[in-house]
Each structure stands twice: as C-alpha cells, then as structure tokens.
Design a protein around this ligand. Structure first.
Ligand code: ADP
Ligand code: MG
Length: 401
C-alpha cells in the first residue's frame, strides 16, 4: 500500500508522476530518499525527471498505452504540472490513488474556473481575486467595463511565466490583442499597482489535515520568478497570516490532496493601507517553494510524497532565513557573452566560486541545453541571520554577473 514506505519491507512500493520537468525530478529524488521506486511519464527522453527515475515511460501525457503502463506500475500517482490533460488523471484515478484529483487540476488549469473558485472562497478566505471579466465572444469583449482598463489580457489556459499575456490600455488595443490570441477564451484583469508579490504553499492529506509553509516574498523579472525571500520582516506579518489562512481555506474548499501553491499580490487599497489579492494557484510544488529544501525541516517535495503516500504531515519549521535565486539559461551566456559567441557554446557559470560561499546550496536540473529564459536550476542561500543571507546572496549574484 502507498502508506507503507518500501524501506526494508522487501516490497516495492512505486510512486508515479505525470510530467518530467524539474519539479518531477525533485519529487522523484524526495520519493527515492524515502525508499520508494519511481516512474515518470514524459515524452522527452532527456526530461530532467526521466533521467533520475527508476523507470521512464516515454509517451505523450494522453497516450492510452503510456497511461495504462503508469497505472500498472504505480501504487499512487501525482502530477508535476497543471497542463496534463485532466481526463488523463481521471482515467488513472479509476484504478489508483491520484493526488491532486483531476477536478482540482481542472480548476487550476483554467483561469476562468480558478477565478470563480477564488470568488466562492472569498467569504471564507477573506481575499478576493483582481477585478476581471471573461472574454469568450465579441459581445463579451464589447461589454468589458471601462474601469478594467488599463489591464492584462490573459489566455484562460496554458499560460505560464508571463506567456499568453498582453498588456492593453484602450479598447482598440484590447480588441487587437484578443485577435492576436486567436480569440481563445481569455480573462481581462485590471492592472493593479503591486507593492509586492507573495505565495503560500500548503500540503493537505487525504484525511483533511493541512499544514502551511511560511509565506514567500517573490520578485519577478520579465514575467519569470527571479528571487524568493523568506524570513521575518520580508512581508507585513498580518498580511502574511491572512495569506496563509486564505490558502488553507482554498485547499479545504477544494478538498485538495497534495501540495498546492497560491500566489498573491500585495496592493494598496483606496485608504492607502495594504491589502491582498489572490492571483493564481498551482496544483503542485512551486518554484517559489524551492527554499524549503534547505531552509525547512520538511521540503515541499517531501510533503508531496507524504501527502500522496498517506504518511504524516507535521507542520514544517523554517530553521534558517532563506533566499532562493533562479538560475536561468542566460547565466550560461553572460557575462561571458563574447566567449560564448565566439565558440557558439554556452559557458558554465563559476560554480566553484559560488559554492565557496558558506550557506549556498546549488540545485541543477540536468537540462542539456542552456537557453536564455530557460530554468536551469536554483541557488538556495541560508545563514544564521538575514543580514548574512543577504550578503551571501549579493556576493553570489556578483559572481554570476
Ligand atoms: P503566470 O505566472 O501564469 O505567467 P500571472 O497571472 O502570475 O501568470 O502573471 C505573471 C506576472 O504578471 C505576475 O507575477 C505579476 O507580476 C504580473 N501581473 C499579473 N497580473 C497582474 C495584474 N492584474 N496587475 C499587475 N500585475 C500583474
Ligand atoms: Mg504566476
């Protein structure tokens, strides 16, 4: 049974994951550390998770034979990204425990459903989504209230890292942008003046027990997460508490099982005080939760394993202030752009110098080709004080250029 780690039991308990990206890789590594066998389903033969898993099924996510194999080999199955077809999860769930459920993933993969869910939760969670309108037809486009402009037009499905989004100021721009997105279902959100962004990760077991990780403060660059800071004082304490409570309410309302991340905006309300807006959720571990690997006594990936396997979920404790720096492919080309250009080959960043700094933890995803904007890894920085973690991070960033 998935509830029994296979360690020393003589029996092979196997956990499966749909998707072979870095999140799947770190799930697999956490599962293996606890004695589980792992199976990854991903079409890419060089997928980061496939490369480290005991078994790799190389088919599309909705391939019937691939899914049948996954079901046969695994005692329980999870996912590492929200764009797996929800019906694939539903098929698997007919035979095996699947967490999160197809229904939860279906909400997270569609901004229209997601926003509706947040609105339903608002009386419980105390946090509402941004003012928005759903655009499905020319009539709904023309009916958009004027006060949503300037705004951001976002495709309802398949968006990530700022992709599938267009900033628009006028009705003409809005119409042109929707045209440019092939008139797929979209959400127009009012452009908010963000004072900060934060996110919360919770893990919820099948028994309804839910634990929350500390609140993460996130800095994005070009729509991609650049930096996560987690320590006392990074965020207003009252807002952080509200964000945690809201995330728990959102997970409970969905009867969610697994690891869930919810993103929030910190905005200034009309009276000049700070308020929270709920932005979106990910039905899986999240980039902003990577610091838990080195700064908490439970990582978000171990929490995913525990929730899936029906193991206890103690409240995580953060034992060090932390900063997580994303390592994008750009680092492999700069500041050595001249050398890289001359040889047309990416150049490895100066890891030895970075790792000479105490409290630096390097995580690379084993991706074979560095490309600008591609998430290649992350660096977690821990230390005995916030000042030390900040100083070490500054030194690391200076080395990386
Ligand atoms: P995704 O992460 O799926 O690409 P998001 O909805 O999180 O999409 O948007 C990406 C980033 O764009 C956010 O982290 C935030 O910085 C900015 N953003 C998104 N929506 C708004 C908004 N309504 N007002 C201001 N900034 C926004
Ligand atoms: Mg986002």
């Amino acid at each position: 049974l998935p509830g029994n780690p296979s360690v020393n039991s003589g029996q092979q308990t196997t956990l499966g994951v749909l998707g072979g990206g870095q999140l799947g890789r770190m799930f697999v590594q956490a599962a293996q550390a606890m004695g589980y066998f792992t199976v990854v389903l991903d079409p890419d033969p060089a997928s980061p998770a496939g490369l480290v898993s005991h078994h790799h099924i190389r088919t599309a996510y909705d391939d019937e034979q691939g899914l049948a194999q996954l079901q046969q080999r695994c005692d329980a199955i999870t996912t590492e990204f929200e764009n797996v077809p929800a019906h694939a999860l539903a098929t698997l769930a007919a035979q095996r425990p699947v967490a999160p459920s197809a229904a939860c993933v279906a909400v997270a993969q569609d901004r229209v459903k997601e926003k509706a869910h947040f609105e339903q939760c608002a009386p419980l969670s105390g946090v509402a989504p941004a003012p928005h309108a759903v655009i499905t037809t020319d009539a709904s486009l023309n009916a958009v209230p004027a006060d949503l402009l300037p705004g951001i037009l976002k495709t309802a499905r398949m968006g990530y890292d700022g992709k599938g989004q267009v900033r628009v100021s006028t009705r003409e721009e809005l119409a042109a942008a929707w045209d440019g997105l092939d008139k797929v279902t979209c959400v127009l959100e009012k452009m908010l003046k963000l004072r900060a962004e934060c996110s919360v990760i919770v893990a919820r077991g099948a028994d309804g027990q839910v634990v929350s990780f500390p609140v993460q403060k996130n800095t994005h660059r070009d729509g991609i997460l650049a930096l996560t800071e987690v320590f006392d004082g990074a965020l207003d304490a009252t807002l952080a508490q509200r964000a945690q409570a809201s995330t728990v309410a959102i997970a409970n309302h969905l009867r969610y099982v697994g690891v869930l991340c919810v993103e929030y905006f910190v905005v200034e309300d009309a009276g000049g005080s700070l308020d929270l807006v709920v932005n979106e959720m990910a039905p899986r571990p999240h980039n902003s939760g990577h610091y838990t690997q080195n700064a908490c006594d439970l990582s978000q990936f171990e929490a995913q394993v525990r929730a899936l396997a029906g193991l206890p979920l103690p409240t995580p404790r953060q034992h060090s202030p932390a900063i997580m720096v994303n390592l994008l492919g750009d680092l492999w080309f700069e500041p050595n752009a001249v050398r890289a250009q001359a040889s047309r080959q990416p150049v490895s960043p100066p890891w030895a110098a970075v790792l000479a700094l105490p409290g630096t933890h390097l995580h690379l995803y084993g991706k074979l080709g560095a490309r600008p904007g591609r998430k290649m890894g992350h660096l977690n920085v821990t230390g005995s004080s916030v000042a030390q973690v900040r100083a070490t991070t500054a030194q690391a960033l200076a080395l990386l250029g």
